[in-house]
Design a protein around this ligand. Structure first.
Ligand SMILES: [Zn+2]
Ligand SMILES: [Zn+2]
Length: 357
């Protein structure tokens, strides 16, 4: 069938200006809009025709090509027109909103069930001791992950039956309601917007198409991992729908407080209680490390809160080589009870200190 003249299709003269063309398209598009004439193929064809004509005549370059060489000029330049109604809505989304003031709702609902959607991420927290976090460890994570139902293969329909296209929305997932001259679309209530109806639901998944799969996943925590840091395991999240990719599993390290060490970045802080006489006289003391113990020389006259840094005895750096430090902080202990002898010695000492002043 030979193509009709675009000016004729829109009913405008060959010298019509842009505004006249736009107005003509607006009238025609409103008149034969598929949302207002559902199932009317003559209307749909006309809608396609006027849209194609408008696309050419509203574009100065295409219009010139058409004026000089006709339809052959356009196809020769690689212009192919629209593939269908959805294509027109995609193309003229802004035009329709310009026309009607609420383009998004005028736009006909795309069948939602056809859109691939990625699955959601699953988040888990695993508790680690400070030592496990420092040296790295592997933990088993138990997941109740939604997966396709094995009985129905994920369709939600009982074995031997199959899902049907929803009759109410004819598979579009959305239905049109007339509001005076306009048509509003809303999600179809009969199929929940999926465009599909399941006549006999699968007993195992109750028609949802998904069941919880019990899964165990080994998660390796690298040495030096800090509290709140997550390990991402690609593709172990919830499955995608309609061929969409699965989400990821994110496992967060929750590091339990340690009775001995406090973590400060990659440094470890440990308190060293000393009798004040020891601090005054100096001493060799044993301090705890992640691996066991080490000796530390406390010089005479050490003050409360003074700290000593032991390099390389902290937490391994998560990125790069080496380790943080062990920081030993001195605290002084004061006896609550004194023997008579101790009291005498301390009094003597005090008297001597005060004489010196
Ligand atoms: Zn099932
Ligand atoms: Zn429906």
């Amino acid at each position: 069938m030979p193509k009709r003249d675009y000016y004729e299709v829109l009913g405008v003269p060959r010298d019509a200006d842009a505004d006249t063309i736009k107005k003509a398209y607006r009238r025609a598009a409103l008149d034969c809009h598929p949302d207002r004439n559902p199932g009317d193929h003559t209307c749909e064809e006309r809608f396609k025709d006027v849209s194609e004509a408008y696309q050419v005549l509203s574009d100065p370059q295409k219009r010139e090509l058409y004026d000089h060489y006709g339809h052959d000029g356009l196809s020769g330049a690689g212009y192919t027109g629209f593939t269908g109604v959805e294509d027109i809505f995609d193309h003229f989304e802004d035009v329709f909103s310009d026309f009607f003031g609420f383009g998004g709702s005028f736009r006909r609902g795309r069948p939602r069930r056809q859109a691939p959607r990625p699955g959601r991420d699953i988040r888990k927290t695993v508790n680690l001791t400070l030592r496990e976090a420092a040296f790295g460890t592997t933990k088993t994570v138990h997941l109740g992950r939604p997966g396709p139902c094995p009985d129905c293969g994920g369709s939600g329909a009982r074995r031997g039956t199959s899902p049907e296209t929803c009759g109410t929305c004819r598979g579009r997932g959305q239905v049109a309601h007339s509001r005076g001259a306009f048509v509003l679309t809303t999600s179809c209530g009969d199929c929940g917007g999926t465009g599909v109806r399941i006549p006999e639901p699968c007993a195992r998944c109750e028609g949802g198409g998904q069941v919880l799969e019990e899964r165990e996943i080994e998660v390796a925590f690298p040495p030096g991992i800090d509290d709140g840091v997550s390990i991402r395991i690609l593709g172990e999240g919830s499955p995608g729908t309609m061929g969409g990719p699965p989400g990821n599993l994110l496992v967060t390290a929750g590091i339990e407080p340690d009775p001995v060490f406090k973590r400060d970045g990659d440094d470890l802080v440990v308190a060293l209680p000393l009798a004040f006489a020891r601090a005054a006289l100096g001493a060799t003391v044993r301090v705890p490390t992640l691996e066991g113990e080490t000796e530390l020389e406390i010089p005479p006259g050490t003050q409360p809160h003074e700290n000593f840094r032991l390099p390389g005895l902290g937490v391994p750096h998560l990125r790069g080589r080496g380790r943080g430090d062990l920081v030993v902080v001195v605290t002084l202990t004061v006896p609550r009870k004194l023997s008579r002898k101790q009291k005498k010695l301390l009094t003597t000492m005090l008297e001597e200190e005060e004489t010196e002043e």
